[in-house]
Design a protein around this ligand. Sequence first.
Ligand SMILES: [Zn+2]
Length: 82
Amino acid sequence: MSGVHVYPLNDLIEHDTDGGDCICGPDYEYIDPATGEAYPDGPVVTHHSLDGREQDEEPWLRETPTQSGASVEGDDTERGSS
Ligand SMILES: [Zn+2]
């Protein structure tokens, strides 16, 4: 099975780009949104990095606020006044 593989460079693991099931659980995209037709070279397989760049499920990554910048600013001000 062929296809176009997109995967992060210098990742912690070696991605399976031979068409098998990769450990990272890649996303398969069969239809080209630009043309509405299937990719002529096979599906585009988008791999996910396993070093935390795209995943924030890990509890030790919650320190980085990504939801609302406003609430973070307010929190900072409160801490400063006390
Ligand atoms: Zn992968």
